[in-house]
Ligand binder design. Structure first.
Ligand SMILES: C[S@@+](CC[C@H](N)C(=O)[O-])C[C@H]1O[C@@H](n2cnc3c(N)ncnc32)[C@H](O)[C@@H]1O
Length: 359
């Protein structure tokens, strides 16, 4: 993608980035305005570095891995997707994936700048514009910097911005796969974010999409526990080798403990108890065994770890949610909980999807 194309695109993306927005940069002096202080590549690009081309996800079939590798040649697509999503929101004719592909097309100037700002640095340092910015290459660098800044891909070092839920969902679904739909996941993330959980547990992680979402909105120093049964029903779980992949998407101060086993087994219950070592959970998400007995056991075994006022979220609370599998009966548990607890639902496109219980 040429810088020119990016410039056009930047106009669509600029509105959501109001706080980074400055007058469009066109020429030397103007371009240098708004460059004071230290800048760095957005944390979205710094920490979500994943080389799909050399290390594809074990369970992702080749075409999908290739697609991802093609989409992410510089491995910064996570944030790019976030930006693209916002750009597409501003332009109904724009298709987010196409925009992402265009953007991900190699552009040496853009990527050199993004690499250069991995650590906080003055713009002049990275752009090498201490002298007069008259050559075409420095003019190009200035323009590229201004565009990356306006897109939120290079941010003031002290202002690393929080993630937004829409982009988190998009990234989770493209990068990992997620069993939930968009609007309700976004609402669930907002609820969890408000809770600022420092301790979070998920039963049923599958490919990691929902865990990815929770990690983004949990407290940056949260301890997260993922409990899943390798080969388990309704998703297949994950293998121990995948844990390092999940570690990649944590905030740097977060920790993840993975418990692989049947959530209903005494061993798993004990393992979680040991991990918590008396700490209470702020949020528990139950999305594992979807039978009535399984979901009920999960609630009874793990909700006592949730602090008073903390939340238990259950997924698939609607009867008939999984296309008529009669063994899925989370709705029965949900009905019981609504009689005994303070509960509310989060609605998907057609019916309630998440149930939220306040303990
Ligand atoms: C619907 S998937 C979870 C989807 C994930 N939360 C997401 O949104 O991307 C259900 C997961 O629960 C796991 N599971 C099923 N029965 C389980 C059990 N008894 N104990 C632990 N995990 C179980 C499966 O292995 C599967 O990965």
């Amino acid at each position: 993608m040429s810088i020119c194309t990016l410039a056009a695109w930047h106009n669509a993306a600029a509105t959501p980035y109001g706080r980074h927005r400055v007058a469009p940069a066109t020429r030397g002096q103007e371009q240098r305005a708004g460059m004071d202080g230290l800048w760095r590549t957005s944390r979205w690009l710094r920490y979500y570095d994943w080389d799909w081309s050399t290390a594809p996800w074990p369970e992702v079939e080749r075409p999908q891995a290739d697609h991802r590798a093609g989409l992410l040649p510089r491995r910064f697509a996570y944030h790019v997707l976030r930006v693209v999503r916002r750009a597409a929101d501003g332009d109904p004719s724009a298709h987010a994936d196409d925009l992402a592909l265009q953007f991900a097309d190699h552009n040496e100037t853009l990527t050199a700048i993004l690499e250069g700002f991995r650590e906080p640095r003055p713009a002049s340092h990275v752009l090498k514009i201490d002298g007069l910015a008259t050559t075409s290459s420095s003019t190009q660098a200035l323009r590229a910097f201004a565009q990356l800044r306006d897109l939120g891909l290079v941010v003031p070092a002290e202002q690393d911005e929080p993630a937004d839920e829409g982009a988190i969902y998009l990234a989770a679904s493209i990068l990992y796969g997620i069993h939930q739909t968009e609007a309700d996941s976004i609402e669930a993330m907002q609820i969890v974010r408000e809770c600022e959980p420092r301790t979070f547990m998920e039963i049923g992680t599958a490919h990691g999409g929902s865990l990815f979402c929770w990690a983004q909105v949990a407290h940056p120093e949260a301890c997260l526990i993922s409990l899943d049964l390798p080969g388990g029903r309704w998703g297949g779980g994950y293998a121990p080798e995948q844990v390092p992949h999940f570690q990649q998407f944590l905030h740097p101060g977060q920790q993840l403990a993975s418990v692989l086993g049947n959530s209903r087994s005494p061993a798993a219950v004990e393992h979680v108890r040991e991990l918590l070592a008396g700490r209470k959970l702020d949020v528990l998400f139950i999305d594992g065994d979807h039978t009535y007995e399984g979901a009920k056991d999960d609630f009874e075994n793990y909700s006592p770890h949730v602090r008073p006022g903390g939340l238990v979220l259950l997924h698939d609370i609607f009867e008939g949610v999984t296309g008529g599998d009669p063994t899925v009966e989370v709705h029965r548990l949900w009905r019981e909980l609504t009689d005994t607890h303070e509960c509310h639902t989060i609605d998907g496109p057609d019916h309630p999807t998440f149930g939220v219980v306040r303990m």
